[in-house]
Design a protein around this ligand. Structure first.
Ligand SMILES: Cc1cc2nc3c(=O)[nH]c(=O)nc-3n(C[C@H](O)[C@H](O)[C@H](O)COP(=O)(O)OP(=O)(O)OC[C@H]3O[C@@H](n4cnc5c(N)ncnc54)[C@H](O)[C@@H]3O)c2cc1C
Ligand code: SF4
Length: 340
């Protein structure tokens, strides 16, 4: 590993200042992704900036939502009672990340900003688009864990963050600080589809910027469901997973303004993970759910609709069925119907 400097800032301001150097500086959370990339010679920063000292709290916001600090550990998110009460899909996703050791070490910002797991990207021998090369080895290579949506290229990664998916589904905003001050970015716009111009990155963060908070709005009258499918249940990234957030027309047992029952879905957010270069919002599934009663039959329709536009690669057709099932079962969980 190349020698590097280590900086331990006490404040956001110091952390941002420490990222500005003549060379490459990178923030360090729990280090599980960054240090692995350094050991594999994928990244060789001149300086790493420890950001575990930034905000590690979960606080209520005036509008009834929550503000989650970037340094909150995944285990603490998974065990937080306020998060569980308002955003159960976040707790479900956090509780299934990797293993207890990974959840104990990993931070919210590190999880959101982790780099792709594509095995060509992780092997220094393969200089693909994401490392400044001029081809994607997955196209004619081993692509069984790659994208089934958004496959226009040039890269066919799936976004690796489990937390990003419920954050997008709940309409979170990400607070970012940099040399020019702070800004808030909707989670859905933080992650970027690959183009030849931006393929070296997966999000809108500039090199000298930091993600400091995830701000979740008050959920309102919603039902929530989350479902993940893994190859190895003990530890692994999911093969496909889904968060659904259903805005209901009225509270259970009551009648909505237009005469709809409390079991009618007014509108829905359906977001899939591990299927596309970004957390993938499925408009066809959302349309299939809107105006319908929340039932197993509606869940099946949403699953079908969710994969209607899938474009799998040569080795990952099997993921289409898994994605369909994940959406169906996430909706069933929102309905309180038992799933396996
Ligand atoms: C066997 C295994 C199974 C796993 N399964 C899953 C899974 O199911 N789901 C899942 O989501 N993940 C999974 N992971 C990945 C793991 O959860 C992530 O590596 C971890 O969450 C990263 O968090 P960290 O704090 O250690 O990140 P770090 O390694 O410290 O940072 C990751 C990246 O984020 C950047 N970064 C860190 N903090 C900030 C900040 N504040 N602002 C901007 N950039 C920042 C770093 O520079 C780095 O590029 C798995 C890992 C392993 C080894
Ligand atoms: S999918 Fe992306 S990261 Fe993987 S080889 Fe292709 S360009 Fe590289």
């Amino acid at each position: 590993m190349k020698a590097f400097a280590y900086v331990n800032p006490a404040t956001e301001k110091e952390a941002v200042a420490a990222l500005k150097i003549d060379g490459i500086a990178m923030p360090l959370g729990g280090g599980q992704d960054l240090l692995a990339r350094m050991k594999d010679y994928i990244d060789s920063p001149d300086r790493i900036v420890n950001v575990k000292g930034l905000d590690a709290t979960v606080t209520a916001t005036p509008d009834g939502g929550l503000k989650i600090g970037s340094a909150v550990k995944i285990v603490d998110l998974a065990e937080n009672a306020q998060v569980a009460a308002l955003y159960p899909a976040v707790v479900a996703a956090a509780g299934e990340v990797g293993t207890p050791q990974i959840r104990n070490q990993g931070t919210v910002a590190g999880n959101i900003n982790q780099r792709p797991r594509c095995w060509y990207f992780r092997n220094e021998e393969f200089v693909c688009y994401k490392k400044g090369g001029s081809r994607c080895f997955a196209v004619n290579g081993e692509n069984q864990y790659h994208a089934i949506f958004g496959n226009d290229g040039p890269s066919h990664i799936v976004h690796p963050s489990s937390l990003a998916v419920p954050f997008v589904a709940y309409g979170a905003r990400f607070r970012v600080v940099g040399p020019n001050g702070e800004r808030e970015v909707p989670a859905a716009e933080y992650f970027t589809m690959p183009t030849l111009q931006n393929v070296l990155k997966e999000n809108v963060l500039d090199d000298e910027e930091l993600l400091t908070h995830v701000i979740l709005p008050a959920p309102g009258n919603v039902k929530h469901g989350h479902y993940e499918v893994r190859y190895k249940q003990s530890h692994d990234w999911p093969l496909a997973f889904a968060t659904v957030v259903l805005m209901m027309s009225a509270a259970n047992g009551t009648t909505g303004a237009n005469g709809t029952s409390g079991n009618t879905i007014r509108s829905a957010r359906v977001v899939l993970g591990a299927v596309a270069p970004v957390p993938w919002r499925s408009r066809p599934a959302e349309e299939a759910l809107a105006g319908k009663p929340l039932s197993e039959a509606t869940a099946a329709l949403a699953g079908e609709a969710a994969v209607s536009e899938a474009k799998p690669m040569s080795g990952n057709v099997y993921k289409v069925q898994i994605a369909k099932t994940a959406v169906k079962r996430a909706v069933m969980r929102a309905a309180g119907i038992k799933t396996v």
